[in-house]
Structure formats: structure tokens, C-alpha cells
Design a protein around this ligand. Structure first.
Ligand code: MTE
Length: 304
């Protein structure tokens, strides 16, 4: 959740990473900085103790060494070992489709005038592991309006860099490249949807999707596409990578849902990285209060 209102705090003033080591100290320190500690409606509805355990941060080392990023290698440790190949600077983002201001923007222009915010979100992978990550990023709904999407912009399609030299995994046919993901426009504009540029107060490393990746905390992790080079406003649902690859296993929506099993395994439980025991998976990954309204009247079993 949003832990502090960042509007008047420069990214450079954000809590130094050492302070994340113990959550109590971190909370105390943000209060000392004069920042508002907003634990949000979800947390308010639980006991403080449960909330603290639920949002206990996954260590930086685990977040940056246990990854899924097929372009940098398959297997959880390969992406971190490939670190350095991606060379995320300079970077540009193409904006295309149903909008009044398409173009190719340098990353600096693309993010111009925006302030990074810190948000602690749960990340639930479809493979049943999970983490709690303190992202640094900009809500997508602060960025998209700049490009003036038109009434035909019903969906947003995101594309990862295609460059087999910098992304050695693309030399294999593990997936159809480039990796593509998509959201309905209302999902893209939801206040929880983040374009992340960092975590633990530092810039993203290659393995986490440098320099810019999506974070949609109520959806399975594969929706959170990394190293984005293109944003395309479309009038029909984008053809997304995992959905194209295995349509009966990975739906377009991919909302975290313990009541809809993956055809090959249950989605009822998850293992938080670092924990021994598994815990219950929460509908919409615990963000139902904020996002369930987006899917009112929809059959979540059909629209998985
Ligand atoms: N984005 C791209 N381009 N390629 C990928 O292989 N893996 C996805 C997602 N984004 C992936 C991607 C999956 S399956 C997950 S669970 C998350 O990234 C993992 O993010 P993390 O490694 O930062 O924890």
C-alpha cells in the first residue's frame, strides 16, 4: 500500500534502504520525516499485528536474486546473473495507437514532471510464490493522460524491449518475442497500477525490469511486464504473451483468485519467499476492497 504521500518529498529524500531492514524502525522513521503513514483501507480492516506480518518486506537480496525474466534467462537465478547485459540507459518509450500525442519519448521526457512514490505491494506469482516489495514508481494514471488517449482507447498494450543481444533469452524460442501484456483502460487508470522505476529506494536492476516496469498488484505477476519500450492504446484486447502461449492456463485478466485453480495446480495457497509455511492466497491478492468494483457482474471463473 501507499505508505506515504510523496507529493512534497523529492525521490532523493526517500528513506534510505538500511532503514527498511526492520519495519518498525522504518515506520517510525517515515513518521519522523513528517510523512503521512497511510496503511490504507485493507490494512485498517485487520489487526495491526497481522498487517505487519502480512506486509513484512521481502529482503532486497531475495527480490533481486529470485526472478522471472525469461529474456534474461530461464530459471530463478539466471536473470540476476545476466545483470549488466541489458544496459537500460539510454532508454526510450514509444507511445502509439488511439491517442492524440503519439511519439517516441526519451525515458526522461516520458517521466517528466512526475514524482516517484513509494508503495509497498504484495506480488503473487501464478507459480504460487509471493513477495512484499517496496516499489518506487509513478501511478500510471498520472502518465497516460499526457498522451491524450481518445474514446477508442479501450485497452493499453505494453511491450518489452526486443534485442536478443542485450536479452540473451530471446535467442531461444522459449516464448514468442517480444513479451507483450495488456490491461483494460480502467485497470490501467486504477490508482493502484504503478509504473515502477525502482525498489527499496534504488533504481531497478536489470533482473527486476530496468528501467521501467509495470506493477499491477491484484493480478498474477506475469501481468507486471518488465523493461517496457512501447505503450499502445488499442480498441480491442491486446494479444498477450502467456495468453497466446497457453490460453487455457493464463487468462487475459489473470486476477489473483484462490477460487480458480490453475489447470495444473491449486491457487489456494502461496509461499511467501523466506517463509517455511504456506499462507492463504487472498482474492485480488488482498486488494478486493479497491479493485473488485472493476469486475462487477463478470464471471471471474470464465474471465480468469
Ligand atoms: N516481463 C517480461 N518482459 N518477461 C518476463 O519473463 N516475467 C513475469 C513478470 N514480468 C516476465 C515479465 C513474471 S512471471 C513475474 S512473476 C514477474 O515479472 C516477476 O517479477 P520479479 O522478478 O521482479 O519478482
Amino acid at each position: 500500500m501507499l505508505i506515504k504521500k510523496p507529493t512534497d518529498i523529492a525521490p532523493s529524500e526517500i528513506t534510505p534502504p538500511e532503514l527498511y531492514a526492520r519495519r518498525r524502525e522504518f515506520l517510525k522513521s517515515t513518521a519522523a520525516l513528517g510523512a503521512v503513514a497511510l496503511l490504507g483501507p485493507l490494512i485498517a480492516s485487520r489487526t495491526a499485528r497481522a498487517a505487519e506480518d502480512d506486509l513484512k518486506l521481502t529482503p532486497y537480496k531475495d527480490i533481486t536474486s529470485y526472478n522471472n525474466f525469461v529474456e534474461l534467462g530461464s530459471g530463478k537465478t539466471a536473470p540476476a546473473r545476466a545483470n549488466g547485459n541489458l544496459r537500460a540507459k539510454p532508454w526510450s518509450v514509444a507511445v502509439a495507437g488511439h491517442c492524440e500525442k503519439p511519439g517516441v519519448y526519451s525515458l526522461e521526457d516520458f517521466l517528466a514532471g512526475q514524482m516517484a512514490e513509494e508503495r509497498i505491494y504484495r506480488l503473487r506469482c501464478v507459480e504460487t510464490w509471493s513477495m512484499v516489495i517496496p516499489w518506487l514508481g509513478i501511478p500510471l494514471n498520472k502518465i497516460l493522460p499526457r498522451f491524450k488517449p481518445t474514446a477508442d482507447a479501450k485497452y493499453v498494450e505494453f511491450t518489452t524491449l526486443l534485442d536478443p543481444e542485450r536479452m540473451p533469452g530471446q535467442q531461444s524460442r522459449a516464448l514468442k518475442w517480444p513479451y507483450v501484456e495488456g490491461l483494460r483502460i480502467d485497470e490501467a487508470m486504477h490508482p493502484l497500477t504503478l509504473l515502477a522505476t525502482g525498489l527499496y529506494g534504488k533504481d531497478l536492476l536489470d533482473q527486476n525490469g530496468a528501467p521501467l516496469r509495470l506493477v499491477v498488484p491484484w493480478k498474477y505477476g506475469f501481468k507486471s511486464i518488465k523493461s517496457i519500450v512501447k505503450i499502445n492504446f488499442t480498441d480491442s484486447p491486446p494479444r498477450t504473451t502467456w495468453n497466446l502461449e497457453v490460453p487455457d492456463e493464463y487468462g487475459f485478466y489473470a486476477n489473483v483468485n484462490p477460487n480458480v485453480d490453475h489447470p495444473r495446480w491449486s491457487q489456494k495457497k502461496e509461499r511467501r519467499i523466506g517463509d517455511f509455511f504456506r499462507r492463504d492466497t487472498l482474492i485480488f491478492n488482498g486488494y478486493a476492497e479497491q479493485v473488485a468494483g472493476l469486475y462487477k457482474g463478470m464471471d471471474l471463473k470464465k474471465n480468469f
